[in-house]
Design a protein around this ligand. Sequence first.
Ligand code: ATP
Length: 237
Amino acid sequence: MASITLRNVSIDFPLYGTPNRSLKSSLISLGTGGRFAASSRKLTVIRALDDINLDIPAGCKLGLLGHNGSGKSTLLKVLAGVYAPTAGAASMTGHVASLLDVSLGMDDEASGYENILLRGVYLGIPPSAMRSRMDSIAEHSGLGEYLNLPIRTYSSGMRMRLGFAISTSVEADILLMDEWLSVGDAAFQEKASRRLEEVIAKARILVLASHQPELIERVCNRVIRLEHGRVVSDEIL
Ligand SMILES: Nc1ncnc2c1ncn2[C@@H]1O[C@H](COP(=O)(O)OP(=O)(O)OP(=O)(O)O)[C@@H](O)[C@H]1O
């Protein structure tokens, strides 16, 4: 079973050595960014998430909307286990796959094939299991003989293709995505879009942050809106 439960989750980012008084007054007047939480003479704290309570059951395809700095990426990073809550508790049941940074864990000097194994380690998949997916990943990447070369010889689009092919080869109970990935040239984008839709259809839970309400309406069945780190609406679509 897959599920996500957040109870009173807050995330604070302490900003050390900032010119506190002027920063505080300019942050308070901004319509963007997290909430200004506390300060002393030396320390300013931004509360990126403020007392979030969420129950996400299996079958939920949740879209996150909100202004710049409202906390969408921070929330995804809590779900990915990148940030531990400053307060409250987050619990996830199921295998989490994060498409937040598809090239995380890659090594420039290693070949494409070697990077498939390396990236598998970051995704919690042993090399033996990754080897059995090698052919399908190679095919989806469309990189052919380039996979034998060190990835420092790749263009940025080629790296993205490889990262994308690897990340989408992993079956996940919980899939985390930041915006629609724009990967590669037009031909690859079309292929990538189809592949994403397949991966999403298989996931039990999707959490997708986006600035495009139309995309969320197309892909998701529930949407929450964040403002300054708080949930201000939660709707079934
Ligand atoms: N590593 C960090 N250190 C300090 N502050 C941070 C850090 N990461 C995020 N923040 C702050 O937390 C708040 C929420 O940021 P977050 O990236 O979650 O917003 P977002 O909704 O994803 O924004 P966008 O739509 O612009 O991507 C912002 O005020 C941002 O400045």
